[in-house]
Design a protein around this ligand. Structure first.
Ligand SMILES: [Zn+2]
Length: 172
């Protein structure tokens, strides 16, 4: 029977709940089902390393239930990463696109060195935009509860690309 490890494409169904320090009740933010499990190439999931460590060696049908602290996950929330940017920064051809610039929207921004980072629009004033550049899950404790839905060997092409191909993965 196949077990989870490197060069395997893994499907998992799970419920992800998050809690902030001082909060009692975790809040459910994501559910994937057995019909449409979350597929990833082991070692390349983009999720915290701890997530994959917890799944290593498991077989189809096995359940998992574990907690990832901010330190093992997406780091602490930094107040310093919230910044008021001049409105001019958001103008395209001298205009603000109000369809795009809205509170709650996540926008790709580039810094002076051309690095792209996503920021969440918190508030828009007459002169500036308050942006939060923290990871959406920064400062949160993650609770995963789920089941291994599928395991198969990755194709050489998938290993070379570092992602899953086909249904539930990249279509190219
Ligand atoms: Zn590919």
């Amino acid at each position: 029977m196949e077990t989870i490890g490197l060069q395997k494409v893994v499907g998992v169904s799970y419920r992800l709940s998050v809690s902030e320090q001082g909060e009692d009740e975790p809040v459910l933010i994501e559910t994937t089902t057995d019909d449409e499990p979350m597929l990833f190439l082991f070692g390349e999931s983009g999720l915290p390393e701890r997530f994959e460590q917890e799944l290593l060696g498991k077989q189809v049908g096995q359940r998992f239930n574990f907690t990832i602290t901010p330190g093992e996950g997406y780091g602490d929330y930094h107040e310093d990463d919230v910044a008021m940017l001049p409105l001019d920064v958001f103008k395209v051809d001298g205009k603000i696109d109000h369809e795009v610039l809205q509170p709650g929207r996540s926008l790709p921004m580039s810094d002076d060195e051309g690095n792209v980072l996503r920021g969440l629009v918190l508030e828009i004033t007459d002169t500036g935009v308050l942006m939060d550049f923290n990871h959406p899950l920064a400062g949160k404790t993650l609770h995963f509860d789920g089941k291994v839905a599928s395991i198969r060997s990755a194709t050489p092409e998938e290993v070379a690309h570092g992602h899953v191909h086909g249904p539930g993965g990249h279509q190219h």
